[in-house]
Design a protein around this ligand. Structure first.
Ligand SMILES: *[C@@H]1O[C@H](CO)[C@@H](O)[C@H](O)[C@H]1NC(C)=O
Ligand SMILES: *[C@@H]1O[C@H](CO)[C@@H](O)[C@H](O)[C@H]1NC(C)=O
Ligand SMILES: *[C@@H]1O[C@H](CO)[C@@H](O)[C@H](O)[C@H]1NC(C)=O
Ligand SMILES: *[C@@H]1O[C@H](CO)[C@@H](O)[C@H](O)[C@H]1NC(C)=O
Length: 435
């Protein structure tokens, strides 16, 4: 009994400290206050739609063009809406002393009071100043024992903005403005993965007009390389000029920054591809059956088509506590089960969900594992993931991996190297294929 009370008191104290620290941070931001509209504008006004010749048939992006003072309607659309977080999500995330759980429940309390995200909240997310060690140690007793990369994630966890170094403002402009992009491939890549990207371009990620008048577009999502790596900037710049399909942000590309990559991608997509009907988000080492994907999405009931979140669904997963592995999550950081989520190797969702996804990901604290985070956001929106047997993120049987017939009805397999991807694509599209 007494022990229980002591635990409760400690928890109360911890959350008060968190609240005080939180308030202090906000007050500090208040002193450096700039108008939010400015931040949003500046973050996005670099390239306006009007810079793009609207007649360009199959536009290809060059380097970013200089800013225009006039704001285009495309830019004005990017806003953070007031969000409603589902009861299901509130209940799914236990209230306990782990840092992330406390942070989330503090957000939920704010929303429950009917308060919206203030512009200071938004600003503190736009300013990417690292959190001080003192703040972190105050809130996470064993912070010092976290792996170094994890500490890095926590320092930058509140940062939700990053400049685009290579943009593609014309990517989704179509010759006939009444038509929309049916499928946008958003592929997480890394600067050095030239060969993977080329294999994707030459096979399943090929852009253009597909059977039935369906438009497909592809973008590769990249972050900056670390200072320890060779500088591939010039190569990326050439690649971008030749192919016009790279988006490069000014944050360090790393596993724990994939959640940030997702958030800034939502923002880009809202700005420049908001009418895309479906978005496929995945890795550059998967194989996608584009025809099957298009067939599937165009066969959906309209109601379903606007609320889709599908892939290989991982249910009832929990944090892994082994510090040696990539998916390690310390006990003092997060405690509880994961919501059901679609494996990050590749999943599909509806374009019309972009705005609410973007808004909700301003509220839900960033999580170090991007696909778990995506699952959290969808659950918070009240959109349930749907299992699709065509997504094989854990791959098909070894003996079937080169079998084109087996892949004919699948949507995704993970993983294939560039050579395997080319070979499989060629076989699947061969006129001699009989299954
Ligand atoms: C936004 O841009 C304007 C004009 O370039 C500048 O005066 C203002 O300080 C910028 N605001 C921020 C927050 O960067
Ligand atoms: C929150 O935002 C909504 C919609 O923008 C607005 O109607 C409401 O008045 C706001 N609530 C508060 C407390 O500011
Ligand atoms: C294109 O998207 C817009 C906005 O989502 C929608 O109103 C319009 O009907 C779509 N056009 C076609 C041809 O699907
Ligand atoms: C994420 O990117 C930011 C900005 O470049 C960087 O400061 C931070 O260290 C990166 N985080 C990780 C975990 O790599």
């Amino acid at each position: 009994m007494r022990k229980w009370m002591r635990v409760a008191a400690v928890m109360l104290l911890t959350s008060s400290v968190a609240l005080i620290v939180y308030t202090m941070v906000n007050v500090q931001v208040a002193y450096t206050h700039t108008d939010l509209t400015d931040v949003v504008k500046n973050g996005s006004a670099k390239i306006s739609r009007e810079d793009v010749p609207s007649k360009a048939p199959r536009p290809r992006a060059g380097p970013p063009k200089p800013a225009k003072a006039k704001q285009s309607p495309a830019v004005a659309r990017i806003k953070v809406d007031r969000v409603q977080i589902s009861e299901e999500f509130r209940k799914a995330i236990p209230q306990n002393s782990a840092f992330w759980n406390r942070k989330l429940h503090s957000v939920l309390r704010t929303l429950a009071r009917g308060e919206n995200l203030t512009r200071f909240d938004l600003l503190s997310g736009s300013k990417c100043r690292p959190e001080t060690t003192e703040t972190l140690v105050t809130n996470i007793p064993d912070f010092a024992s976290y792996p170094e990369l994890y500490q890095g994630f926590l320092r930058g966890m509140h940062c939700r903005d990053s400049d685009l170094l290579i943009d593609l403002p014309e990517k989704c402009l179509l010759e006939d403005e009444t038509e929309n992009v049916t499928l946008l491939f958003a592929i997480k890549s890394a600067a050095r993965n030239f060969e993977q990207r080329q294999a994707v371009r030459e096979t399943w990620g090929r852009e253009g007009l597909y059977q039935g008048g369906l438009h497909v577009r592809t973008v590769f999502l990249l972050g900056r390389m670390s200072a320890d790596e060779p500088d591939l900037g010039k190569l990326l710049s050439s690649e971008s000029k030749i192919f016009g399909d790279l988006l490069l942000w000014n944050f360090e590309d790393s596993f724990y920054n994939l959640t940030l990559k997702e958030h800034v991608f939502y923002k880009w997509a809202l700005m420049h591809c908001s009418k895309a009907s479906f978005i496929f988000k995945g890795d550059d080492d998967v194989f996608v059956n584009t025809q099957a994907t298009l067939k599937y999405v165009t066969s959906l009931h309209p109601e379903k088509a606007s609320k889709l979140y599908t892939g290989e669904i991982i249910s009832e997963a929990s944090p892994l506590r082994n510090p040696e592995i990539k998916y390690y999550v310390p006990q003092t950081f997060y405690e509880g089960p994961y919501p059901p989520y679609a494996g990050g190797g590749g999943f599909l969702f509806s374009g019309p969900l972009l705005q609410s996804l973007y808004s909700i990901s301003w509220h839900i604290p960033f999580f170090p594992i991007d696909d778990v985070y995506t699952g959290m956001c969808f659950q918070a929106l009240g959109v349930s993931p749907e299992k699709h047997a065509g997504f094989q993120t854990f791959d098909v049987r070894v003996e079937d991996r080169e079998n084109a017939c087996v892949h004919r009805d699948l949507i995704l397999v993970h993983q294939r190297n560039p050579k395997q991807t080319k070979r499989l694509w060629r076989k699947m599209n061969s006129p001699f294929l009989t299954c």
